[in-house]
Design a protein around this ligand. Structure first.
Ligand SMILES: Nc1nc2c(ncn2[C@@H]2O[C@H](COP(=O)(O)OP(=O)(O)OP(=O)(O)O)[C@@H](O)[C@H]2O)c(=O)[nH]1
Length: 362
């Protein structure tokens, strides 16, 4: 019996994983693809967007959402049982695509394919690491040398690891294919610099492709045939390397935090979208996404924000029995989101949604 190939799509928050997968499903070329979608935070936005996008090859049955923590930490409890259920189906998929959360380390997930329950039945076709080329170009993952120098002066014992940079490197180290996405947002010179920076971090020579709006031929993404589970021991994450040298600190994503803000109907869509970048910058929010209720509309509004960029669009009608309200997930660094800050963000967001962003921003 031949093994079912599985593709792991990883990459930092907002890099474009879901967009690439949506495009892939639209161009599946007759393949029966099953999706496992993992998110940080308990509001399953990505899976809901995919099943809401109306693609025939993407029915609710074909999408399994894992929102019970990051997939790399819930391999035994969540991922393996989910895979076993998928593999036990009478109509087994031709290909399995796994979207990790933007904060997950791919290494433990890929290593799980060596577990006896998995080894004989599935293989990792490839790890696809999606990079937000615009964010890299803006220096989002680079260490701020001045800040580190100032911290060192203030306290030599401080832990200077930059969680964003480490994750970025870990996700790149695991890659069989790197996708430099959002190329539409930067010029050719900046793209060349990003290619160079990413190349230095991958260590091995890894195929790199460029994409705009997640548009890539499905054959580029699927059918890599890397068998990555046999190679993953040589692609160690920072965490695994620290473990080997005895410097281990827990890997449990405690450097990041997410919470959900619930609010009523959106008073002024354009003003809200225009005011969001300032809110994200004021509170150092890494990612915001979810759905909003717009009065007089039968459709729900998808809200997406990454850095300075905000997108809103109607995706599907609210379903009967669904609560028509606005729900947004906010993700940031743990240290920047204490209880008081979370409450302040929730208050500001609710006000921006319900009373019109212009008033709230004043
Ligand atoms: N301009 C531009 N925007 C993009 C591109 N790819 C994705 N986006 C937008 O970036 C935002 C995030 O895209 P997603 O596909 O949801 O990113 P993701 O990696 O799945 O995000 P998380 O699951 O939250 O980590 C959305 O508003 C997308 O429409 C691109 O190539 N160019």
């Amino acid at each position: 019996m031949s093994k079912i190939p599985a593709t792991v799509v990883t990459g930092f928050l907002g890099a474009g994983k879901t967009t690439i997968i949506r495009n892939m499903l639209q161009n599946a070329g007759g393949r029966k693809i099953a999706l496992i979608i993992n998110e940080f935070g308990d509001l399953g936005v990505d899976g809901d967007i995919l099943t809401g996008c109306g693609i025939e090859t993407c029915s609710e049955d074909d999408v399994v959402e894992l929102t019970n923590g990051c997939i790399c930490c819930t391999v035994a409890d969540d991922f393996i049982p989910t895979m076993e259920k998928l593999l036990a189906r009478p109509d087994a998929p031709d290909h399995i695509v796994i979207e990790t959360s933007g904060l997950a380390l791919p290494q433990p997930l890929v290593a799980a394919f060596n577990w006896p329950e998995m080894k004989t039945r599935v293989t990792v076709d490839g790890v696809v690491t999606v990079v937000d080329a615009a964010a890299v170009s803006e220096g989002r993952f680079a260490e701020d040398e001045d800040r580190v120098a100032a911290q060192r002066l203030a306290d030599e014992s401080l832990d200077h690891d930059n969680p964003l940079e480490e994750l970025f490197e870990d996700q790149l180290r695991a890659a069989d294919l790197v996708v430099l996405n959002k190329a539409d947002l930067i010029d050719a010179e900046a793209l060349a610099r990003v290619k160079d920076e990413v190349g230095q971090k991958t260590a091995r020579s890894v195929r790199t492709v460029v994409s705009e709006l997640g548009r890539l031929a499905t054959d580029v993404l699927l059918g890599i045939r890397a068998g990555t589970e046999d190679l993953i021991a040589d692609r160690k994450s920072h965490h695994e390397m620290e473990h080997e040298t005895g410097e281990e600190h827990d890997h449990d994503h405690d450097e990041f935090e997410s919470f959900v803000v619930e609010a009523g109907a959106l008073a002024d869509r354009e003003a809200f979208a225009a005011a969001l970048p300032e809110l994200l910058s004021r509170y150092d929010i890494l990612r915001l996404k979810g759905f909003a209720e717009v009065p007089g509309k039968t459709m729900r509004l998808v809200v997406q924000a990454v850095g300075k960029r905000v997108e809103t669009y109607f995706d599907r009608p609210w379903k009967a029995g669904e609560t028509r309200a606005s729900r947004l997930v906010v993700i940031g660094l743990h240290d920047g989101l204490d209880e008081a800050t979370r409450a302040a963000i929730a208050g500001d967001l609710a006000q921006m949604i319900e009373t019109g962003a212009r008033q709230a921003a004043e």
